[in-house]
Design a protein around this ligand. Sequence first.
Ligand code: SF4
Length: 274
Amino acid sequence: MIALPKRLSLELTARCNYACPFCYGVWHERPELAEPELPTAEWKSILDKCARQGVKEVQFTGGEPLLRDDLDALIDHALAAGLKVALYTNASLLDETHLKSLKHRRVLISTSLPGLASYATMTGTAREAWPTLEAIERASELGWPMGVGITVARPNLAEAANLVAAAALAGASAIQVGTAMWEGRMKTHTDWMLTPDEWTAARAAIRNVPTGKARLTFADEFFCACREQPGDPASRWPSPSGTCPAGRAFGAIGPTGKLRRCLHTLEETDWRGS
Ligand code: SF4
């Protein structure tokens, strides 16, 4: 039997209503990892198996998990199986009803705030940042504050400190800031990747931002130790030290139900028959 990590990201779908050029989704490199998307019954069976095999926490993600009509049913099933449940969403479809229902079920919510003036560029949409900020603020008002992830790339570099300040002011519970990594769509947008010096300067500027109660953490990797190296000319980016922090903390189950030992690797294992 293949040992499962205690925490798993469940990528319910590769579909998304955004087209962020920094998207890590492995299916941007290998489209066959996206299909066929599993039906509800198979995800429920996976949740049961996860609970039996010692998984403690699952995070529903995608793509955009709110595009799945069965998300609520899957959340309820996971909770009934005894799993702690979290949701990572771009927040574009997250309304008041969702927020109250997620709070009621104690489902932790995280979202991404990839830009202020640069929001449309960073998300590949015509959208603005304020609805996301409103959702973060409303969650905080309801007493169920969200975590916020901020990916820094060339288009939002000048805004990096302001993004952290905006997330903190809106009431985020935790803020994680990282560089756009060499993977997914970024492999064809390497002009968006920061240099190590740019990241060091952005990190220092962010450190000066008062974040109140929000816990601030950084993810410093430019690419994942679980994957192949970028090679020349990308070797200007420093290699990750040691093993992949994501791989130590949690694995992923992709849209077709196969297991990856870290979010970033392309290698999948068909674990369910094991
Ligand atoms: S980063 Fe998130 S919101 Fe953006 S395209 Fe990828 S899955 Fe969608």
